[in-house]
Design a protein around this ligand. Sequence first.
Ligand code: UDP
Ligand code: MG
Length: 339
Amino acid sequence: MNFQVIKRVIKLGICYNLIKHSNIWEEFLLISVIMPVYNEGNQIYSNVVKVISILARNKTEHQIVLVNDGSSDNSWSEMQRLSRDYANVLIIKLSRNFGKEAAICAGLENSLGDACLILDSDLQHPPEMIPEMIRLWRDECYDVVEGVKSHRGKESLAGKFAALTFYKFFRKTTGINLNSASDFKLLDRKVVDSWKQMNESITFFRGMSAWLGFNRIQVPFNVQERVNGTTKWSKANLIKLAIHSITSFSALPLHLVTCLGTVLLIVDVVLVTQTMFMKYTGKASTGFTTVIILILGVGSLIMISLGIIGVYLSKIYDEVKHRPRYLISTMLGKELNDE
Ligand code: UDP
Ligand code: MG
C-alpha cells in the first residue's frame, strides 16, 4: 500500500467517525434486532409489532431478524405473516431445533446492522430499554451495551442459589465475571465481526461476548414475567449449559484433577510409612476400616476425575467434526433487507 492510499484510508476513518457521531448520520444507522423464536406462536406477532413500534417512535432505522429454531407450533406461519406485513423483517427457519445459542449465531451471521441487538422473543427482556441502549452506543460510543439482571424475575430459591453458585464458580475458574449477565445485548458491528472470528462449533454467547472485551457498559433491567407459554429450559438443560460453559472457557477442572492426584499421593506416602512402621514393630492391626475407606474414596475420586476428562474429550470430539452450528432451511426477506 503506498503512502497516498494510507493517507486516504486515515482520512476516510476520521470522516466516518465524525459523521457517525453527528446528527446527519443518525438517520442512516441501521440496528438489527435479533430474536430467537422457539414455540412462541401465540405471542410472536404482537411482540415483534411492539418492538417495531418502539423503534419507529425512536426514529431508528431498523431490521428485525427472526430465527425460528425448529418450532413445532405456528411460529413460522406467524413469522411469515410478519414478513409480509413489514418490509424490514428478515425471517430465518433452521432445519430443526438447534438451541437458543445456535439461533443467536444464525441471527448475528445474517444481520446487516451497524449494531446488533439480541432480544428474547418472549419479551422477558424489556424492549422499552432499546432506545437508551442505542443512545449509549451511538452518542456515548460504547461498543457493547449489556443488559444485566437487577431482578431475576419469578424464580425458586433453589434456582437463585444454583445460578449464584454457577456465576461464582465460573468467575473463579475462568476469571470472567458473568454475574447476572444475560443475552440482552447491543453489539457494535466491529464487535460482531470480531465475534465471527471465534469459530468454535458449540458456542456460549454470554461468555464469548465477555471474552471479546471492547468498550462496554452495563444497564440494569428487571426480567419481565413471561406473558404466554413457559420457559424452554429444563433443569437438566440448565445443568448441561453450566457444565458446557465452564469447560468451554477454562481448563482449570483438568488441573484440579492433577492437584487431587498430588494430594492423594501425599496421603498415600504418609499411610504407607505408618503401615510399614506398624508391620515392622509388630503392631499391625487388622486395618479393615482404613482399607474400605481408602478403596471407596480413591475409587470415587478416580471416577470423578475420569468424568471431568471425559467432558473435555467429548468437547474435542464435537469440535474436530467441524459441523456447522446450525442449518438454514428457508430464509425470507433477505432481498428487501439487502436493498
Ligand atoms: N429459544 C430458542 N431455542 C430454544 C429455546 C429457547 O430459540 O431451544 C428462545 C425462546 O423462544 C426465547 C428465548 O430463546 O425467545 C429464551 O427462552 P426461554 O424464555 O425459554 O428461556 P428463559 O427466559 O426461561 O431463560
Ligand atoms: Mg424467557
